[in-house]
Design a protein around this ligand. Structure first.
Ligand code: N1C
Length: 276
């Protein structure tokens, strides 16, 4: 027996059209929900980054932080999260990297919280996270995905693949930060670990290699120790730091107990140079 095609009769055609419209509606709703979820995923990061930028640039053009955000997002959105090399942030650096005065640079390696506690109370020195770009992105995680315009915060870990967006950002920003150091610079390093100057660190692998020796006069290492009797400045690790530097740079290293730095941080009247 022959049957009519499912949508041939006029009444069936109407029902089919109705079903088709429903299916289309469901599909559109699904796509919209998916899109909204992607965009919503981006919102907290955007809000944090642009918010931090505005906090620090009151008085600047209102577009400044939007432009910085766009340059930032362009570095990694739509890209494989293991294929974002440091140069991807070149445009961001041009848009938002700020010069700072000579004699104010503080590098750190494995001493992040002490360095930040120090610069927060003593206004003589600045870490990268005290500069606008470092402040905007400190402590955050971000990445994109090939063929998607979403922004994600579950991303490859620091050493899971070398060209991940977070690591590449810190490499690029640290290179610019080091290249911009002039006059007398300082570094807080950790004297309680076996290799305070580790080749894996950004300080060793990027910052030291980007010093501008015609602008830099001296480097003072504050080697923070937990045990005041250790003399880590004389250790093999610090010798390798010395070898990595231009011999014309004035270099000094001081073993400084952490308690001394902490006590200095808590005394507003003690000047920076008296902290080590
Ligand atoms: O690898 P590190 O330290 O030697 O890097 C520290 C060095 C500093 O002098 C900074 O200028 O490199 C710069 N830097 C940052 O500013 C920074 N902020 C946050 C490097 N890394 C930074 N982070 C995070 O700290 C980063 O996500 C990574 O996980 C650590 C590196 O710390 P480390 O090994 O103690």
């Amino acid at each position: 027996m022959l049957r009519d095609p499912p949508c041939a009769a006029p009444s069936r055609r109407r029902r089919c059209a109705l079903l088709g419209a429903c299916a289309l509606l469901v599909a559109v709703t699904l796509v919209a929900a998916l899109l909204a979820a992607t965009i919503r995923g981006a919102t907290p990061l955007r809000t944090a980054v642009v918010g931090r930028c505005r906090e620090r640039t009151a008085g600047a053009s209102p577009d400044y932080c939007e432009d910085a955000w766009n340059a930032f997002a362009a570095a990694f959105v739509g890209k494989d999260p293991c294929n974002v090399p440091p140069e991807s942030y070149d445009r961001l650096m041009e848009a938002a990297f700020q010069k700072r005065p000579c004699n104010t640079t503080l590098f750190w390696s494995k001493t992040k919280s002490l360095a930040h506690a120090f610069t927060e109370k003593k206004r003589c020195l600045l870490t990268l996270e005290d500069t606008l770009l470092g402040y905007m992105l400190d402590g955050l995680t971000w990445c994109g995905q090939n063929g998607s315009n979403g922004i994600f915060t579950e991303c490859p870990c620091w050493s899971c693949c070398p060209d991940n967006p977070v690591r590449s950002f810190w490499i690029r920003a640290s290179a610019a930060f080091a290249a911009g150091a002039c006059g007398d610079a300082y570094a807080f390093m950790n004297g309680s670990i076996s290799s305070p100057f580790s080749s894996e660190s950004i300080f060793a692998s990027t910052e030291v290699k980007n010093f501008n020796y015609s602008a830099l006069n001296s480097l003072t290492i504050v080697l923070v120790t937990r045990d005041s009797s250790t003399d880590a400045c004389d250790g093999a690790s610090m010798k390798s730091l010395q070898r990595a530097l231009d011999p014309a740079l004035k270099y000094s290293c001081r073993n400084v107990p952490q308690a001394r730095v902490e006590s200095c941080i808590s005394q507003p009247d003690v000047t920076c140079s008296n902290c080590w």
